[in-house]
Design a protein. Sequence first.
Lengths: 137, 142
Amino acid sequence: MPSTTYIDELLRQELAASADIASQVASRIYTVQAPQGSAWPCLVVARNTQGGEAFADMLGNSGLTRATYMVSALSDSLEEVRNLSRAVRTLLQYKQTEGIRLIVVTDEDEQQEDSPGGEQLPLYRTDLTIQVTYTAT
Amino acid sequence: MAHDIGQGSFVKFSDGPIGSNPGTHYRLADFDWSGIKRADPVDISHILSTANEFLSSPTYDPGEAKLNIQWDPSLDILSSIKSQATNSVVTLVFANGGTARLGYSAFGQVQSIDGIKAARDDIMTGTITIKLSGEVGTTTNW
């Protein structure tokens, strides 16, 4: 049965199935957090646990839930991050499948962080906030 | 018993394709029942009356029920309701504390399905109006 895990997996599958994204990150699509020492660029998908909303009816759940996710593109190259976030946006914006009824990209936030290894090059990161309406019964 | 919230209430038809299980045939967001209403009393006071006298109607209008539903094209409720018989019994079932329910039944037929709305970013909705007829009975059998 569809569940939170199910939709997380579905999102990862959609990202992994994109030839454009795969050519940039290979299999480096992670949930919640990138593992330490991961090669760049990579994608991290995290669910905003505060944002879930079920479309209920008088007999219970009507089968649709809306939640907010953040898809983060990370790299030590600004160009790589921009290319990657553009590919994710192109793939996900207004996407509709049987399980994912609608994805809307609501926000894009470019950030720059100190490198975790302490090197001089900073780490670039673009957070795409996406609103996902999906089937969950 | 105490006052209760509406969750768990539903409306059911005794026959036709949507009669068997409202939960799988339409998703009810909420419903309104206009309730029962007698005709206005007639003033039958006359010159010898010592006080105003009124004649009330012995019968009442069982009103109509408006169902705001979540519109699901795959259930094709429109086709189901078009073929509904005039003598269907419609039961309005109210939550009555936990899993308990209390129903009111009368004959009824769908008068209209309107307000069908498909918004870009929201669940689709519609409104079903049922005209009720005859005696309203209390039932725990639906």
